[in-house]
Design a protein around this ligand. Sequence first.
Ligand SMILES: Cc1ncc(COP(=O)(O)O)c(C=O)c1O
Length: 420
Amino acid sequence: MLVENKEIVEVSKRIFNIDEIRADFPLLHRTVNGKSLVYLDNAATTQKPNSVIEAIKNYYTFENANIHRGLYFLSELATESFENARLRIKEFINALSVSEIIFVRGATEAINLVATSMYRGGLLNDGDEVILSEMEHHANIVPWQIVAKNNNIKIKVIPIDDDGELILDNLSDFFTEKTKLVSIVHISNTLGTINPVKEIIKTAHDNGVPVLIDGSQAVPHTKVDVQDLDCDFYVFSGHKMFGPTGIGVLYGKTEFLKIMPPYQGGGDMIRTVSFEGTTFNDLPNKFEAGTPNIVGGIGLGAAINYIDSFDNSEIVLHEKGLLDYATERLLEIDGLKIIGTAKMKTPVISFTIDGIHPYDIGTIIDTDGIALRTGHHCTQPIMKRYNLPATSRASFAFYNTKEEIDKLHDGLIKVKRMFS
Ligand SMILES: Cc1ncc(COP(=O)(O)O)c(C=O)c1O
């Protein structure tokens, strides 16, 4: 049962009130090491609002049954909730049809699916080329290397400049008749850079090459319209946009999904099975083998309802205020250097402090209840580009406040004093 179109009811948007927003997120009110939690690792995963927690609880309390199979009441109810979530995702990214929305475990699985199925389907062959960039998350490097290693596919890498912007002046030179895909991150999880993906897609299409966009860090911050971008694939994870872990989305244009063979085999993706051979189900089920993460899909639908209850421009404005304020306050600290100073950024600040290892920063500041990420952020090529072993990273969501940035500033001053 696919829900293709339901009447879209326009709901008036909530007023952007930070105290009310924070009240929606129970975890933000806990203490850590006796201090109020300051959660600044939102690029890794976001906290969940009550409405998402309630949707999960409601499903297990009142609706739990396997989907697409039973003709009984509960199974139909669970199927409807799951398929309604698919419809919400379709609307959220403005896909043409729900059959273009494939539920996966997350962005990583989505990219592995595309790499594997493109190869198996003959859209990528030995000797072909894929274009990536130097700022990709490992999830958008390793799947291509696995395909490349087994099958001799060449990976070309668009470099980044000192500010953390892609060097695109000679982009057209990257394309040859062997190029089969550009796979590129929309927003960098380490640098915060917002890439000009629409222009990149246009150039790729001018060269007859399809484009996959890794939107993991884009969907929690910006409005994404896959038809306007004209991307061929768009992938993201639910847990980075206030939804549950273990659920994510692969959007693909029907023309590609139709000719790509299934990624995994099992229940739900078949039409008929016999020992002589198997025929496959229609889209999107063709790519959804086995019992899916039903509650994850429903939770992701609830997360989208939550995000959509606000006017996106208010989220963008608040987050811009956080980025500007955090940049200003952190630069007051002697010896602190920000890695990633692109003109177009989301609120992600990677930084180093002279003479102090990022791991020490992360460990010490945790004693003040401040959750900062330290390490390579699954982007080792970026670390190599800047000749760094690691950075500390503060990444903000729209529930963060300037008071929390002050606490981060004061915590870092304390760390510095310990090392002076
Ligand atoms: C830009 C980017 N791409 C891909 C991923 C992988 O996401 P997941 O681990 O949810 O599959 C991440 C996670 O940090 C990311 O930031």
